[in-house]
Design a protein around this ligand. Structure first.
Ligand SMILES: Cc1cc2nc3c(=O)[nH]c(=O)nc-3n(C[C@H](O)[C@H](O)[C@H](O)COP(=O)(O)OP(=O)(O)OC[C@H]3O[C@@H](n4cnc5c(N)ncnc54)[C@H](O)[C@@H]3O)c2cc1C
Length: 452
């Protein structure tokens, strides 16, 4: 037997032992290659990833999570954590894929306006549980997204200009760290970890429960209106110039689209998407200046809707995403031209104002969600070449939840916060066990951590 075949055999034996150990200690389902459900369970949302883990372990308790972490460590197998697969960027080839989707408990305390969820909960579960009490979470545009992955990466909601990022509303987390220890993190217990979790993504362990604030929002005035594309330059120019005058309750985004989403309306259009956390009269008053510039809509779908119905407002897939300090006329011209030109590689560009409570968090020690003060962002359904002319105007900073290039993770943090995150990573995961993600490598040597 050669050294190579011996090594392959040893690896085969340790994989077999790892699967055997997991089957013995795990309460949830364990799927190995060849098992009936293996193929269905190993997938992420993006089919191109096609992950080939040596085992998929579906946790049903925090003890299962711990068993999966310890088994992966014992057999030196890479470990990936997945709830819904919406944000999975790195395939779990040859590793343990720990799935949390079965731990989807949601509890709402209406008196304290708090929700506590398991790591498999989706926003749709929380929205349904909270709306009975006239409350809403800071969920995003797609309710099937998982609460934990979304919140750990920041969490940008239609309500974020009013109430901040979802991470800003986090009150408590329970987490299994790389050593297999269960930690509680809040402002008093493990405050460094609590700080890092509010934007630092899945780098510090496997979250087994989150507790966060809900808000008294039963309905919003929201929807989508379409305008002729030849109004786009004036509308975007007005939007950029008067951003400071719009109230924090209002979030509008402007989407230049190559194809109209509405049957019977042809050609490129400018869509205005938005939501106002308040009643229709105030909303219309706040939106009027922009409507005066835009003129008569081709279609006006704005109406009073339940918070759950905000899912109908829609979103743009962030194939590219950039941040901007301002929106100069040349950028606006380039943007509109690129959606009109057939060969540009750009299908849609969604310009969105940030600001409000995102830029001015009330928390005395807000988490590391980076670049919160940036006034404008653009999500682009575009190829990298199509996006390049706009990228030339960008700040270079990013937002983790819309950053598909995991090698640029550092760009989602400020220069001050990134080294702190690396220090906290070193304290809780010095061997970088949690690395199949938007990875923050541990700092080379331990320094005193000052975040709290
Ligand atoms: C259609 C769509 C719409 C979106 N809309 C928005 C939006 O409006 N606003 C916004 O901010 N973002 C949005 N996102 C981005 C989304 O928030 C991220 O992709 C997020 O990572 C998804 O989390 P998940 O748990 O659903 O995905 P998963 O793929 O299951 O997890 C993604 C990552 O989160 C981490 N993670 C998940 N669970 C745990 C856990 N228990 N412990 C530790 N780490 C964990 C891991 O690093 C994992 O790789 C959207 C994404 C999609 C695909």
């Amino acid at each position: 037997m050669t050294a190579q075949t011996l090594a392959a055999d040893v690896t085969g034996i340790s994989v077999g032992s790892a699967v055997h150990d997991l089957r013995r200690t795990f309460r949830g389902a364990v799927h190995a290659p060849g098992d009936d459900e293996y193929d269905a369970q190993r997938q992420a949302l993006n089919p191109a990833l096609d992950p080939r883990p040596v085992v998929v372990a579906e946790a049903s308790t925090a003890a299962d999570v711990r068993a999966a972490v310890l088994t992966a460590r014992e057999y030196d197998l890479p470990l990936a954590v997945q709830s819904t697969g919406h944000g999975t960027l790195v395939p779990s080839h040859g590793g343990v894929l720990l799935k949390t989707s079965r731990m989807a408990q949601v509890l709402v305390d209406p008196d304290r306006r708090i929700a506590r969820v398991g790591p498999g909960a989706r926003w749709s579960d929380v929205i349904a549980a909270a709306e009975v009490f006239g409350l809403a979470p800071l969920s995003g545009d797609t309710p099937s997204v998982g609460v934990v992955g979304y919140t750990l990466g920041g969490g940008l909601s239609w309500l974020s200009r009013t109430y901040g990022f979802a991470a800003d509303s986090l009150l408590r987390a329970e987490i299994v760290t790389a050593e297999g220890r269960l930690f509680r993190a809040d402002t008093h217990r493990n405050p460094d970890l609590f700080w890092a979790l509010r934007g630092g993504s899945g780098n510090f362990g496997v979250v087994t429960s989150l507790e966060f604030r809900l808000y008294p929002v039963e309905s919003v005035y929201g929807g989508v209106a379409l305008f002729p594309i030849d109004r786009a330059a004036d509308v975007i120019g007005h939007y950029a110039e008067h951003a400071d005058e719009r109230p924090d309750e209002l979030t509008l985004s402007l989407v230049a689209m190559r194809r109209s989403p509405v049957e019977g309306v042809d050609g490129p259009v400018l869509a205005v998407r938005g939501a106002y956390a308040g009643d229709a009269t105030r909303a219309r008053r706040a939106m009027r200046p922009l409507w005066d510039v835009a003129g008569t809509p081709l279609v006006d779908g704005f109406r009073t809707m339940s918070y759950a119905e905000t899912r109908t407002i829609g979103g743009t897939p962030p194939r590219q995403f950039e941040m901007f300090d301002d929106l100069p006329g040349t950028l606006i011209e380039t943007a509109i031209d690129s959606v009109i030109r057939e060969d540009s590689g750009v299908n849609a560009l969604e310009i969105r104002e940030w600001g409000g409570a995102m830029a001015n968090p009330t928390h005395e020690s807000p988490g590391p969600v980076g670049h919160r003060e940036v006034p404008f962002t653009i999500k682009m359904d575009a190829s990298a070449e199509g996006a390049a002319p706009l990228t030339a105007y960008a700040t270079g900073g990013s937002y983790l939840n819309f950053l598909h290039d995991a090698t640029r993770t550092h760009a989602a943090y400020t220069e001050a916060n990134y080294p702190l995150l690396r220090d906290i990573k070193r304290a809780y995961d010095p061997d970088n066990v949690f690395r199949l993600n938007h990875n923050i490598p541990p700092s080379p040597q331990h320094r005193w951590v000052t975040a709290s």
